[in-house]
Design a protein around this ligand. Structure first.
Ligand code: SF4
Length: 705
């Protein structure tokens, strides 16, 4: 059968947080043939357009082949010594917080683990942040506030078991296509009701029974209205709330501001009849899954939005039950794995916390260090501001492209240009960030590196080596470990392979269960302890927690949460509009996001000719009324003007965006196009709790060119 042909090697897709299993075979011409892995529980053999075309993106063209220092190719030893001595000298002169790392959800868990260990454990600073800050940081904080730990309680299967699925701030059809296909098939089988909450009429609306095109940023008004509605009709699960939760009264008090459906309608712009339909469906459908993604997270009130959703689920006991749970879906292939090893500046490894002496002691003992970071580091935007003000003097960027992906990208470019020392490790030879690198380090890319990733349903899968690495490329964990050794941490970074790191990480997750005595932490991989090379090589996808050989498929279904007292927490949240509002000068709201066939800054997906056939230019979606008002014609040039910059796009006149709103893709960069770089017009306003920037509500004006 298909799966018994040993020339096919199993691995995981390079792109989104669905984490689909693939099988790949090297053809006679050296190209990779890729197909879906029927045995992988995430996708059961299916792949979307991006996954299917992975073989087209594997090339030796455009790859960084050699380390270099100040533009001169050199040996690994020279480049690594240069980085180690410059970081050590900078720390000696200006302190440990004068250096920083900006890493990526594209890293494998083993890479993520090692770089966090070096920075937080041995350099003694937590100035390490990741592009997951742009993706899931609001959900991380929301989960910790409500559940006590950053956990997605459910599984993909829950979307199939539910009778009502609410997609809010998630264009699942384009951003997580295989999961969307699973949902669509479930709807065909048993008529799942689907509500799409999104200012735009996205591709996901194709299967929606109800589309709620709310005003950008007004989600809290809608979900607080839902909580108040459920309370008014005595639909709260009182027994559950009393036994398993705390903070309900305070949360309801604030939610009551929207106890009248007209007030919800005024805040959200939705029709009262549609709001009522949505509320009634939620009330009458215990098996409800609410899926949320960047439309919720990327906001100046992202964390509160997450908690407004979680409040409704906790109040009705709809958490971690089959077909009934909130479900945050991550954007990147290993956003979850990074979160597990403490990839964010404000988190510690294995879901441990800063400011907890017991946890710090355990971690220090485990890593055999006396220099563990004692306080959270700077979150992405603050980190770049600290470079701007001269506090940070050396930056190492790994596997990400902040020069185009952070808001206020012109300013970020100027900051990178002003930074005294920039190291970039990447697998490509040119991108917008590499322009500023004093040291360039060639890393292995997807299909060359080996390790693990964790998808949105807590499922750990292997990425396996499929092809040889061109030039002198090395695994990220190896590059960091070699620098660490040259900085004097020989003993603690003497890894022989990614398996050594995985085994250490597994042991570290045991620490979680030694702290907080009253409750076991959920992140444990105990039963994977001491893996042999053979077991690691043949490792089949599995979810955590992994304890005593048993993996509960869902978490918190029994009402026991990961908080110190075991209770789920309501968070009292109030509706606040986006930080910036419309004015006479800027009369339209700009939303931004992905398109179906491209990924991030296109360094990989842009290599596939067939993926680039559709939507090959950066288009600005604008409503026909707004276009007519401004003399803008479909297919013609349009200039977007915001308070911080201007940018040219091709106008796409369409009523999929509402009147007064526009939408632009995030994928175009200096490297792949002279125009259409959306982050040049997006100011850097962030959520006060998560530090996640607002990408969905920028006031702009648009002019014909
Ligand atoms: Fe890859 Fe995501 Fe598509 Fe699956 S859905 S094939 S993980 S891009």
């Amino acid at each position: 059968t298909k799966n018994n042909d040993s020339s096919w090697i199993k691995s995981t897709c390079a792109y989104c947080g669905v984490g689909c299993g693939i099988e790949a075979k090297v053809q006679a011409n050296g190209k990779l043939e890729v197909r879906g892995d029927e045995e992988h529980p995430a996708n059961l053999g299916k792949l979307c357009s991006k996954g299917l075309k992975l073989g087209e993106t594997v090339t030796t063209q455009g790859r960084m082949l050699s380390p270099s220092v100040h533009g001169e190719d050199c040996s690994w030893d020279h480049a690594l010594s240069h980085v180690a001595s410059t970081f050590s000298d900078t720390i000696a002169k200006y302190g440990q917080d004068s250096v920083a790392f900006y890493v990526s959800g594209q890293l494998l868990t083993e890479d993520y683990y090692v770089v966090n260990k070096l920075m937080k454990g041995f350099i003694g600073s937590a100035n390490i942040d990741t592009n997951s800050r742009l993706c899931m940081a609001s959900s991380v904080v929301g989960h910790k506030r409500a559940f006590g730990e950053d956990i997605v309680p459910g599984n993909y299967e829950d979307l199939e078991l539910a009778n009502l699925v609410i997609l809010t701030g998630s264009n699942l059809a384009w951003c997580h296509p295989v999961l969307y296909q699973r949902l669509k098939a479930a709807k065909a089988r048993h008529g799942t009701k689907i509500v799409v909450i999104d200012p735009r009429e996205t591709a996901s609306c194709e299967i929606a029974d109800l589309h709620l095109p709310l005003f950008p940023g007004s989600d809290i008004a809608l979900f607080n209205g839902l909580l108040a509605y459920m309370a008014k009709l005595n639909q709260i699960n009182q027994k559950y709330v009393e036994q398993h939760t705390e903070g309900f009264d305070e949360a309801l008090e604030l939610a009551k501001r929207f106890s009248n459906i007209t007030s919800v309608s005024l805040a959200t712009g939705l029709k009262t009849a549609d709001i009522e339909t949505f509320f009634q469906w939620f009330r009458s459908t215990p098996k409800t899954v609410t899926v949320y993604s960047q439309g919720v997270n990327q906001s100046t009130s992202g964390t509160d939005k997450v908690n407004s959703i979680l409040n409704c689920h906790i109040a009705t006991g709809r958490v971690g039950q089959p077909g009934s749970t909130p479900f945050s879906i991550t954007g990147q292939p290993n956003a979850m794995g990074g979160r597990e090893v403490g990839g964010l500046a404000n988190t510690l490894a294995a879901h441990m916390e800063f400011g907890n002496p017991e946890q710090s002691e355990l971690l220090s003992e485990f890593w055999e260090t006396s220099n563990l970071a004692t306080k959270p580091g700077l979150k992405a935007m603050n980190m770049f501001e600290a470079i701007e003000t001269g506090k940070i003097k050396a930056l190492w960027v790994m596997a990400t492209n902040p020069a185009v992906s952070l808001p206020e990208s012109n300013r970020i470019n100027a900051i990178l240009a002003s930074c005294p020392y920039v190291v970039v490790s990447d697998c490509v030879e040119s991108n917008d960030t590499l322009k500023y690198a004093h040291v360039r380090l060639p890393a292995q890319g997807w299909s060359e590196k080996s390790g693990t990733v964790t998808n949105s349903e807590r499922r750990i899968s292997r990425q396996r080596r499929l092809l040889p690495t061109p030039g002198m490329g090395k695994p990220d964990w190896w590059i960091v470990s070699e620098v660490a050794k040259k900085m004097g941490f020989e003993k603690q970074f003497s890894y022989r392979s990614e398996l050594d790191i995985f085994n250490e990480y597994v042991e570290q997750t045991r620490l979680g269960n030694e702290v907080g005595k009253s409750t076991a932490r959920a992140l444990t991989l105990e039963s994977l302890s001491g893996m042999t090379p053979e077991n690691y090589q043949s490792f089949a996808p599995r979810q955590w927690p992994a304890k005593d050989g048993v993996c509960p498929e869902r978490l918190f279904g029994d009402g026991n949460y990961a908080t110190p007292n075991g209770k789920g927490r309501f968070v009292a949240v109030d509706f606040k509009p986006p930080a910036l509002s419309l004015s006479e000068r800027y009369g339209l709201i700009l939303n931004s996001g992905r398109i179906r066939d491209q990924w991030h800054t296109m360094t990989r997906s842009g290599l596939s000719p067939s993926l680039s056939e559709n939507d090959s230019v950066p288009q600005l979606e604008i409503h026909p009324f707004d276009a007519a008002d401004r003399g803008i014609k479909d297919g013609h040039l349009a200039k977007v003007i915001s308070s911080i910059g201007e940018q040219i796009f091709i106008a796409k006149v369409t009523s999929t965006v509402s009147v007064g709103q526009c939408y632009a893709p995030i994928h175009w960069t200096h490297t792949n196009c002279s125009d259409g770089k959306v982050c040049t017009v997006i100011p850097s306003n962030t959520d006060p709790f998560s530090g996640q920037p607002e990408f969905k509500a920028t006031p702009i004006e648009v002019k014909s060119v």
